[in-house]
Design a protein around this ligand. Sequence first.
Ligand code: G3P
Length: 217
Amino acid sequence: MKFFIDTANLDQIREAQELGVLDGVTTNPSLMAKEGITGRNNILKHYVDICNIVDGDVSAEVIATEFNAIVKEGEELAELHDQIVVKVPMIKDGVKALKYFSDKGIRTNCTLVFSAGQALLAAKAGATYVSPFIGRLDDISTDGLNLIAEIRHIYDNYAFETQILAASIRHTMHVIDCAKVGADVMTGGLSSITGLLKHPLTDIGLEKFLADYKKGN
Ligand code: G3P
């Protein structure tokens, strides 16, 4: 399972990278705005800064919603760095653009996916990644994890190569449950990764080991 961090915060990206388990970064316009990154040039520069910190894929989202504009913007993003994956929304022109990018060898992440049908379309269009937002489904009393399982089942039936990128991960149990049902990738905040470290028995056990070592030395 690949671990992506879902943020545009460079300190958090560095911390996850230094932990040694980071496989990539996802961003979106809201995450950029949260870090105060505004204006086209600053946003493009920020993507390059992120690519220079991590070794893996970095999703950069298009703002355009019309086919020709999505293609223009996506090609500009893909040119920025070879780690860039163009993030395209699940809309009609987005599906057309996914197919266009796929034919041109430009890697994509289809975002804002909330149903198995949308995930099937993204795979048919040749998306590299599909991003079902499980937290936002849970927010409206719908089982987000079940969607991941449904997509896994469908993709396995036909050996689709599109990777399931479980997004809108809110906590460590989302990560573990997504791993159980076979998501290829998870993207969440730093705490959803570092939270996996924690167990009180580990802390108690380590304290005892260190105390016992001191007794003998
Ligand atoms: O990767 C998608 C993510 O950014 C959405 O997360 O927490 O806003 O639902 P959230």
